[in-house]
Design a protein around this ligand. Structure first.
Ligand code: NDP
Length: 261
């Protein structure tokens, strides 16, 4: 049997074990997926090898340590220096990033996206901005404060005071506003004008309808919450774990079911 794990701190809330184990069970893959609370990210490789894992996911706050722990890093993960999935091949640890690709997977059914506004300038915004740009989508960034915008040199960036709402195909909330409170990610007046001119709205937060998504829904805009993003990264990680032995849509079906429990 192959053993997989998610490393994080905290990690007890993670839905990854239930998602992956349901896929393994339903599709007949001889694998088991567990959680590991890791306090020191520098011990990731040692712990991975000691547990004799075949693969792992890495969550907050160890994704950059995971990048450093790998012998080889593949694809988009190399560009952003952030790894959320590791596969053991021979005696080497190979690193991938399925978070941003998972978002692309999640919005695949939303057609005609050429322009995007990302609200927020944290880790998620960085990954999504660069990944959307690879899809030839024109990305602008809007953030509450100036400091975090310095990273986004290749994009047009705005703070609330410098932003003039215009038409975007998609507006993506990557802030944590609305996660534990009823805050909007930007002033109501600004969002009202913005969302009146937008085709789709998505939020990285899952498990609740955020005030941002409520506002978008009130304007009859098709929306997606972060569950699809979570699913997307999980489907792509599972394909790496199982060496693409199963159909993407089958994996998604069993993960979606596990998340609904
Ligand atoms: P970071 O802490 O790196 O960034 C947070 C950003 O949100 C900053 O730009 C910050 O602005 C802004 N912000 C925070 N609070 C507010 C507020 N009240 N109003 C306006 N802006 C605010 O977070 P991450 O990028 O790591 O994560 C962001 C969110 O995405 C979290 O809610 C997380 O749960 C979710 N997430 C979901 C995933 C999924 O699979 N669905 C995957 C990864 C993340 P400032 O710069 O001014 O401080």
């Amino acid at each position: 049997m192959k053993l997989f794990a998610i490393f994080g701190n905290p990690v007890s809330h993670s839905k990854s074990p239930i998602m992956h184990n349901n896929v393994f069970d339903k599709l007949g893959f001889d694998g088991c997926y567990t959680r590991v609370l890791l306090e020191d990210g520098k011990k990731l490789k040692e712990k991975f090898l000691k547990l004799n894992l075949s693969g792992a996911n890495i969550t907050v706050p160890h994704k950059e340590d995971a990048f450093r722990a790998c012998d080889e890093v593949v694809g988009f993960a190399k560009e952003i220096g952030v790894v959320n999935t590791i596969i053991k091949k021979g005696d080497k640890l190979i690193g991938y990033n399925t978070d941003a690709d998972g978002f692309i997977y999640a919005i695949d059914e939303l057609k005609g996206i050429k322009t995007a506004l990302i609200i927020g300038a944290g880790g998620t915004a960085k990954a999504l901005a660069k990944r959307l740009k690879l899809e030839d989508i024109k990305v602008d960034i809007l953030n509450r404060s100036e400091a975090n915008l310095a990273y986004f040199k290749e994009f047009d960036t705005f703070t609330w005071s410098s932003f003039k709402p215009k038409k975007y195909n998609i507006v993506i909330n990557t802030t944590s506003a609305g996660l534990k409170d009823e805050d909007l990610p930007a002033p109501l007046e600004l969002l009202n004008e913005l969302l009146s001119n937008t085709n789709y709205a998505t939020d990285a937060i899952y498990g609740k309808v955020t005030p941002f998504l409520k506002l978008a829904k009130s304007k009859n805009i098709p929306t997606k919450d972060g569950l699809d993003m979570l699913l997307g990264q999980g489907v792509l990680a599972n394909m790496l774990f199982t060496n693409s032995a199963y159909d993407k849509k089958e994996i998604e079906k069993h993960m979606r079911y596990a998340l609904s429990l």
